[in-house]
Design a protein around this ligand. Structure first.
Ligand SMILES: Cc1cc2nc3c(=O)[nH]c(=O)nc-3n(C[C@H](O)[C@H](O)[C@H](O)COP(=O)(O)OP(=O)(O)OC[C@H]3O[C@@H](n4cnc5c(N)ncnc54)[C@H](O)[C@@H]3O)c2cc1C
Length: 485
């Protein structure tokens, strides 16, 4: 049994942001993550938008933490070496009736402290976004984009560099408290901690119910996306949103450029029973494409290369609109902090949520700042290097010249480095989210077999143990034919 001062349940962006913030202090911290890598839940499957804060009611936690979080990204991206682009965002009014809604959003934004908002006429918008037709649009220059999984991985890796323990494939399945100490039961044994942070996303109710009767329900709401090939990156320059769908408490199907140059179409909003059902459906794919074409008529159907979905952790049902974030101590168990209903803008707000939670922890234990806190530097990718830089690398090590993923130009060295990550994540997705192998046009059709060979040869992994992304996602369950056939 191992003892920690703080135990965090969940290695999504929120749990990792808290872990990283805590790693600035002399405190023993552990993160339990049920998945095979961090960012196994909503934190990898979202729009990747750094919201400005125009959508949440003034004085709500969502508004305050979103605006605060947004402002923290420039420094964070420098300290952690993950990408951020301040593309700005248009919310478009398709007709005169929708203009009132733009004005309402602008008013909310101003009250929330969002700067430089401006309503532009349709022809002004056309100059900046030639492929978009609208009556007028609200321009929000402080909205940006990031890579949500790269951000989460960066937070987690930096936390580990600064002494936090991460236990992957470790699911918390029981919680108790005796003499002020929590016993945390997991599939890998029991642990002890003085403070427990419940950052388990969609499972937050399940964790609360281990200690008391929850006073809230979870209404999982699936959002499906389509991914457009990078060849169509020229279609938009900034994010393009419709006016929000108020009854559903969502922002509506939008077009979002990604850091890598793809365009995301989505997300849909569909309340579902099973919070683990991340399937994508033909019906929704058609609907998304149809809605996106209303905003961007030149959208090419053949440009869609992939689809995925993420599940919103809503604590209000369909028709109830927006509920606020809840960040609070358990009613019965002091020193257990629950993060409840952390839906959008949870990615944006995560660094501010982390500061708030660490503030709450500092009221419980004495937090002394470390002198030797380290920041993180990511190496330049092969695809980002100049021809001269590439030649120097290949001269030093021939494996820099062996391209494993042709679509994204990822070399053998980069695959090996991705698999040597400090968190110990060793799935095909862990490779994909660290170096982009398998994320291009062919979606891993070419490189998967080569990555599997590297896993076998360089890491001694057995073929039958190789997983796609989660604890039971074994890729190779038997032979299709015998070798001597
Ligand atoms: C479709 C969609 C679009 C969105 N778009 C945006 C956006 O553009 N901008 C924005 O700011 N926000 C956005 N969000 C919201 C944002 O993605 C979430 O608020 C954020 O990712 C929540 O992070 P989290 O760490 O709380 O949860 P999660 O990422 O779900 O992490 C929880 C983790 O806990 C783990 N876990 C669960 N139970 C246990 C257990 N018993 N033991 C151990 N581990 C456990 C899970 O495996 C998971 O990894 C979007 C969300 C969705 C679904």
């Amino acid at each position: 049994m191992r003892n920690f001062e703080v135990a965090i349940i969940g290695g999504g962006v929120v749990g990792c942001a808290i872990a990283r913030e805590l790693s600035k202090y002399d405190v023993r911290v552990v993160v339990f993550e049920a998945g095979s890598d961090v960012a196994s839940g909503a934190s990898k499957a979202n729009s990747g938008v750094i919201h400005s804060g125009i959508n949440s009611p003034p004085s709500s936690l969502k508004a305050i933490l979103c605006v605060e979080g947004n402002k923290m990204f420039p420094l964070l991206s420098e300290e952690l070496s993950f990408p951020v682009k301040w593309t700005g965002k248009f919310v478009i009014a398709k007709n005169e009736e929708e203009v009132d809604e733009l004005e309402r959003l602008m008013e909310t934004g101003i009250k929330n402290g969002v700067e430089n908002l401006e309503i532009k006429e349709g022809d002004e918008v056309k100059k900046l976004e030639p492929n978009i037709s609208c009556f007028s649009a609200l321009w929000i220059p402080t909205a940006g984009i990031t890579s949500p999984y790269e951000f989460t991985i960066a937070l987690a890796e930096n936390a580990v560099e600064n002494g936090v323990s991460f236990l992957l494939e470790t699911e918390v399945n029981g919680l108790n408290k005796k003499n002020d100490i929590f016993s945390i039961k997991t599939n890998r044994g029991e642990f002890k901690a003085d403070i427990v942070i419940n950052a388990s996303g969609l499972n937050c109710r399940k964790i609360v119910s281990m200690v008391e009767e929850p006073d809230f329900d979870i209404y999982p709401c699936r959002g499906e996306y389509l991914v457009l090939d990078k060849n169509y990156r020229y279609l938009i320059n900034s994010m393009i949103y419709p006016v929000p769908v108020k009854e559903m408490g969502v922002l509506g199907v939008h077009l979002t450029p990604t850091i890598e140059g793809n365009i995301l179409i989505g997300p849909s909003a569909e309340f579902i029973e099973d919070s683990s059902d991340i399937s994508t459906t033909r019906k929704m794919m058609k609907q998304l494409f149809h809605e996106a074409k209303e905003i961007l008529p030149s959208l090419p159907e053949k440009g869609v290369i992939n689809a995925y979905s993420g599940i919103r952790c809503k604590i209000s049902s369909a028709g109830e609109g927006l509920a606020d974030f809840r960040i609070e101590e358990s009613r019965n168990f002091r020193h257990m902090i629950n993060l409840i209903g952390i839906e959008s803008p949870g990615l944006t707000a995560s660094p501010a949520i982390a500061k708030r939670v660490v503030g709450m922890i500092s009221n419980i234990i004495d937090l002394r700042e470390k002198r030797d806190f380290k920041v993180r530097k990511r190496k330049k990718r092969f695809s980002e290097m100049s021809v001269e830089e590439k030649s120097i690398m290949i001269e030093k090590d021939k494996r820099w010249g062996r391209i494993v993923c042709r679509c994204e130009n990822v070399t053998e060295v980069e695959i090996i480095e991705a698999l040597s990550n400090i968190l110990g994540a060793k799935t095909l997705s862990a490779v994909k989210y660290r170096c982009r192998a398998g994320m291009g046009r062919c979606q891993g059709g070419f490189c998967t077999q080569h990555i599997v060979r590297i896993m076998e040869k360089n890491f001694g992994m057995k073929i039958k143990d190789i997983k796609l992304k989660s604890p039971n996602s074994y890729m190779f369950c038997g032979k299709t034919r015998e070798e001597n056939e």
